[in-house]
Each structure stands twice: as structure tokens, then as C-alpha cells.
Design a protein around this ligand. Structure first.
Ligand code: IP8
Length: 242
């Protein structure tokens, strides 16, 4: 039973302090993951990737041919990835880094070629692959941003995952009155309640996440760090999206 788990950038980093890991939340996440098997971890950019992307004007649709800009975004994401992998391995989890820039790309239609075979082989060999949002080569555009959420969707489908979890800075998806919505089965039903993204989140905020999770066959959940254990135990924290 394969689980795909996204650790939001706003959970594992301090979003307002440049390149700062949220030590408490990352610690809680790696502890919750200790001893779990058949799980793919994907983390977001938080205060590591997004400001570099914004600084260089690179987004999921706006590309760059500036190799220095690509390296600046990628190296920042690698630093965060190293912190996650080290944290996991410190708890005895057999985590291995997978950097999308080296193994993924987009075609001219924006279609993602995800590193499915790499991840499948790692899982089959008992490793825990740890991927991240990144900047990747994009046919005719140079390089564009790949969000962790898009990777979640692509890998969850390709691996036929049973459960998908998005561990976010909030305990679930809020309705207009600030209550967590327990179940979302259509975007239209919640469109008004979902605000836009904040300025430096170049990949789209909660509305984009919900849209993408609705595309999946697997049961998906959006929950906060306090719901991570429950999710990994097969329970239903936060908002169920399917
Ligand atoms: O935080 C974005 O990943 P996300 C990664 O999952 C970069 O949207 C490089 C900004």
C-alpha cells in the first residue's frame, strides 16, 4: 500500500525567514515517519525555493534560460532537501534524495515527465525517496518551476498510490467561516471559500492544491502537522478530498 506524502514548505520552514528550517515541525514530521514503509515523501519550497524563484521571475509557466538563476533556485531546494533527508535518516528511516532537475522535465505542452521508474525502484528496494519542488527543464521555455503538489499528483497516479497526504500549515481546508471542511468532492462547491496564494508562493496556494488533489483516484487529505500521525496510521485527519 503506497502512500505519497507532501510536507508543505510552510510546515517545515519558517516562511518569513529566508532559508530557515522550522526545526520543531521538521522534527515532528521525521518522528511521525520513523518506521513507516512504502512511503514517498515530497516537500515544498517554503523560505528556500520561492523567493529565489520570485527574484528571477520564474514560475510554473514563466521560464528562464539563465543557468545561474536555475542553479540558485535548485541549490536552495537541495539545501532544504538535505535537511529533510538528514532528519529522516537520523530517525533510522532509509531516506534517499531525488532531485527533480536531474530526472524530470516538461514537454512543450507543459506535460511532466516524472521520475516514476526511479521512485518505483527505490520503493521496491525498501528506500524512502524524498523529492521536492524544483526548477526543471521545459521544452521551448528554458526552465520552469515544478511544484511539489504537481509531483504529488503525477507520482500518486503513476504509482497507483492508495493514500495521498498534504501536510500543510493549516489543519485542513477552511470554509468561509474559518471551519475545516471535512470532505470536498468538487472544486465548484468550495471555490468561493478558497482564497488566492500569497505573493511569494509562485505555485498557487490552497486552491491549486485542491484542484490537483481532486484529479486523483486515491483518497487525499489536507491536514496540519498535528494530523500527520493519524494520516500515516490510516485515519482521516483534516479535509478529505476525493
Ligand atoms: O512549494 C515549489 O514547490 P512548492 C518549489 O511545492 C520552488 O510549490 C522551487 C519554488
Amino acid at each position: 500500500m503506497t502512500t505519497v506524502l507532501k510536507l508543505g514548505g510552510s510546515v517545515i520552514t519558517e516562511k518569513d525567514r529566508t532559508e530557515t528550517v522550522d526545526v520543531a515541525n521538521l522534527g515532528a514530521a521525521v518522528e511521525a515517519l520513523a518506521g513507516r514503509e512504502d512511503v514517498v515523501v515530497i516537500h515544498g519550497g517554503g523560505s528556500f525555493g520561492h523567493h529565489h524563484a520570485a527574484e528571477h521571475g520564474v514560475s510554473t509557466t514563466e521560464g528562464t534560460h539563465d543557468d545561474e538563476a536555475v542553479r540558485a533556485i535548485h541549490e536552495a531546494m537541495k539545501r532544504l532537501n538535505a535537511a529533510v533527508v538528514e532528519g529522516l535518516s537520523g530517525e533510522g528511516t532509509p531516506a534517499l534524495p531525488v532531485h527533480p532537475l536531474s530526472v524530470a522535465s516538461r514537454d512543450a505542452n507543459g506535460r511532466l515527465d516524472a521520475p516514476t521508474a526511479h521512485v518505483e525502484t527505490m520503493l521496491a528496494e525498501g528506500f524512502v525517496p524524498v523529492l521536492h519542488g524544483d526548477v526543471i527543464a521545459h521544452d521551448e521555455k528554458g526552465a520552469t518551476i515544478l511544484s511539489g503538489d504537481e509531483l504529488v499528483v503525477a507520482l500518486a497516479s503513476a504509482l497507483d498510490a492508495d493514500r495521498v497526504g498534504v501536510c500543510s500549515a493549516v489543519p485542513g481546508v477552511y470554509d468561509e467561516s474559518g471551519e475545516v471542511i471535512s470532505h470536498i468532492d468538487s472544486f465548484e462547491a468550495v471555490a468561493d471559500a478558497l482564497g488566492g496564494s500569497d505573493e511569494t508562493d509562485v505555485t498557487g496556494g490552497m486552491a491549486g492544491k485542491v484542484r490537483q488533489l481532486l484529479e486523483l483516484d486515491a483518497e487525499a487529505y489536507v491536514f496540519g502537522i498535528d494530523g500527520l500521525d493519524a494520516f500515516l496510521d490510516g485515519r482521516q485527519p483534516g479535509t478529505r478530498i476525493d
